[in-house]
Each structure stands twice: as structure tokens, then as C-alpha cells.
Ligand binder design. Structure first.
Ligand SMILES: Cc1ncc(COP(=O)(O)O)c(C=O)c1O
Length: 371
């Protein structure tokens, strides 16, 4: 037992006390203090800089918002709207306090000590942290040198039969999405006893005609969960609402058993339904974002940086030195980005696409640094 497991005579769960910290974006108040200025370019957390649909604000200002009442623990209205939209059964859907809660709930539903999990590196931190909290063993398949999924190694590690596979596509933090044939190959590698979790947090940002993981998986016969969220394209990050679409009602039942009962608050439920009713706002916002993504990626390449292809609302690129030092320098200029910290990726930086003005601030600062 090491020191961090015992403090003041308490014995912690050793798996939890040994967890690596989640690499959360820098808070805006801290950035203001560090930069000594108010106008911060918030490019650290993959939010939608355009905000959210005005219909969301109307719903929250209406008499339907009753903060003094417990919200519906079954999220009936939202699950109904999602089921219709996605042509699945309501019983296949579980709504979470952000999709991150669903990552925790799936892990709790599936894993015990020493269970095996496969994911990738670099990765969205919780795909590793939540399994580790349960004492699971996590195998991480590195990205290829050209910013791709290593399909052959993934096939092999998936075929070995982990209890869970966590993959995000489009891929946070790198950016590309699995194409249909590669996703098919991975699905085909899934043996009996493995649950395949495809985290599509950035689904809406992918180019028109990109693969729809839910569509592929629902015809595959493989047990799966597809995760999606209102935090990114729909602009509801602060309200915390995401969801799991499970291949069958029994998986959904057990995942729902692993969450807290009143997990999705009243504001989040109302807002998500309103956001779904105004999908036109989201698609217009995403269309603008895609153009800006191309512009900023080209500009970064013109500075001489190696930029990963992106189907998301962020760009991942290799800098010329230690990206943590660069992120600190940028913070002092009022720009929040995320320096990658996973071993082997310390030269990489992830920058969310913001307004053209904020992106230009980032580009100017990076151009200065690369001299
Ligand atoms: C791949 C991925 N999954 C899940 C999440 C969690 O999103 P939320 O809990 O806000 O729905 C994020 C957030 O950054 C993400 O990048």
C-alpha cells in the first residue's frame, strides 16, 4: 500500500487514489488572471463558440422550467424524441449527465477488477480513467505516424476478447473519423463477450457523407453502445446532457442501473428537447465551422506545423517543442488551448475552433513562436 492510499488513517480505494488526473481545460477566470486581460480566446474544451439555438433559451425562460421539481428520472420526453429521430426503441436509450457519465456507467456495468479494456492513445481521458477506477487493465493502441487508427493492431487486440472497447470516432484528440470499411473491419473483429462502444461526441461535425456508426452497428449483430452528446455541436456543454444508444434493451437496463437516479437535471432535459426541435440551427452552425476548420488548418500548415486531418471542431497538431510550455506562453497572451500530456505526445497541442477573430489570435501567436 503506498502513501496515497492511506491518509489520516483512511484507506482509499487504491484504484481510485492512483488514477491519473483528467486533463481538463483551463478555467476562464484563471486565464484572465494569468493574462491580465478580459478577452480570452477559449480554445481548450471543444465547445461551440456560437452558443446554442435561441429556442433553448426560450425553453429555459418558459413556465415549463420548474427548478423546484425533481426532473423526470427516465427522461421520457427526450428519450422519445431521440428514439424517433434515430429510429430506435426508447428502451435502447439511456441519457446521462453528459456522455461522460455514460462512459462511467458503461464501465461500472461491465467491468470488475482485472477485466480488460481496449482503447487508443492519444485518447479521450475518461476512456481510460473510468475503467482504471474499477481496477480494469487497459490496453492502448497508439495512433499511426500519419495520424491514423492502426486498424491491424486494433483488429488483433479486439479479437483477443476484451470486455469493453472504447473508441471515439471522430477521434478526440486527433480528429479523423473511421471510414466505413475500417469500422466494418473492427466490428468484424469483435468476438462474443465484447461490448463495442463507439463514442460519437463529434458526429455532427464530420463531413457530409461520413460514416454513421450507429447505422453500421445496428446491422452488425455485434453488441454495441453508441455515445452522442449535446455538449458540442448543439452548444449545451454547461448543461450536461449526452446519451447512449444500446444495441438492446438489456444493455440499456444495466447501464441505467449504474447511473445515479436523477442524473439529468430539469434544465438539461428541456434544453436538449428544444435543441433537437431546432436542428437547423445546429446544422447551419456546423456548416460554418467546417469552412473555418479548413481555413485554420491550412494556415497552421503554412506556419510549418504538422496538422492532423479533422472531422471535429478542433485541430490537433505537432509543435516544434514541448507543448505544455507553449500552452503556458499562449495562456499569458489570453489564449486557452490544450497541451497533450500522454507519454509520447508531449509535442502535440489541441485547439478548438473558435470565432475567426480568436482563431486568428492563435495563428498570430503561433507564428511568433515558430520563429
Ligand atoms: C470523445 C468524447 N467523449 C465524451 C465527451 C464528454 O462530453 P460530455 O460529457 O460533455 O457529453 C467528450 C468531451 O470532450 C469527448 O471528447
Amino acid at each position: 500500500m503506498n502513501a496515497s492510499e492511506r491518509t489520516n488513517g483512511l484507506t482509499f480505494n487504491p484504484h481510485v487514489s492512483a488514477l491519473p488526473p483528467y486533463n481538463a481545460g483551463v478555467n476562464v477566470a484563471i486565464a484572465r488572471a494569468a493574462a491580465g486581460r478580459e478577452d480570452i480566446a477559449r480554445l481548450g474544451s471543444n465547445e461551440n463558440f456560437e452558443g446554442c439555438s435561441p429556442k433553448v433559451m426560450q425553453a429555459l425562460a418558459s413556465g415549463a422550467f420548474e427548478p423546484w421539481r425533481y426532473a423526470d428520472p427516465a427522461c421520457t420526453a427526450l428519450r422519445g424524441a431521440l428514439a424517433q429521430r434515430l429510429s430506435v426503441d426508447t428502451a435502447q436509450i439511456v441519457v446521462g449527465n453528459g456522455s461522460e457519465e455514460m462512459i462511467a456507467a458503461i464501465s461500472r456495468a461491465m467491468l470488475v477488477e482485472k477485466s480488460t479494456v481496449v482503447t487508443v492513445v492519444p485518447s479521450f481521458g475518461l476512456h481510460e480513467i473510468e475503467p482504471l477506477a474499477l481496477g480494469a487493465q487497459v490496453t492502448k493502441v497508439p495512433m499511426t505516424s500519419d495520424f491514423g487508427f492502426d486498424i491491424e493492431t486494433l483488429e488483433r487486440t479486439i479479437a483477443a476478447g476484451p470486455r469493453l472497447v472504447f473508441l471515439s470516432s471522430p477521434w478526440n484528440p486527433v480528429g479523423p473519423a473511421l471510414d466505413a470499411s475500417n469500422l466494418q473491419r473492427l466490428i468484424k473483429a469483435v468476438p462474443a463477450g465484447t461490448l463495442f462502444v463507439l463514442d460519437e461526441a463529434y458526429f455532427e461535425f464530420a463531413d457530409t457523407g461520413s460514416v454513421d456508426g450507429l447505422e453500421l452497428l445496428r446491422h452488425s449483430g455485434v453488441p454495441y453502445v453508441v455515445l452522442r452528446t449535446f455538449s458540442k455541436a448543439y452548444g449545451l456543454a454547461g448543461l450536461r446532457v449526452g446519451y447512449a444508444v444500446c444495441s438492446d434493451a438489456e444493455i440499456a437496463r444495466v447501464v441505467a442501473s449504474a447511473k445515479t437516479p436523477f442524473n439529468v437535471n430539469a434544465a438539461a432535459q428541456l434544453a436538449a428537447v428544444a435543441a433537437l426541435e431546432d436542428e437547423a440551427w445546429m446544422t447551419a452552425s456546423v456548416a460554418r465551422l467546417r469552412l473555418e476548420r479548413d481555413r485554420v488548418a491550412q494556415a497552421l500548415r503554412a506556419i510549418g506545423l504538422r496538422v492532423a486531418p479533422s472531422q471535429t471542431n478542433f485541430l490537433f497538431f505537432e509543435t516544434k517543442g514541448d507543448s505544455s510550455q507553449l500552452a503556458t506562453a499562449l495562456l499569458q497572451q489570453g489564449i486557452i488551448v490544450k497541451a497533450w500530456r500522454e507519454p509520447g505526445y508531449e509535442r502535440f497541442l489541441r485547439a478548438t475552433l473558435g470565432s475567426a477573430q480568436d482563431n486568428d489570435r492563435l495563428l498570430a501567436a503561433l507564428a511568433n513562436h515558430s520563429h
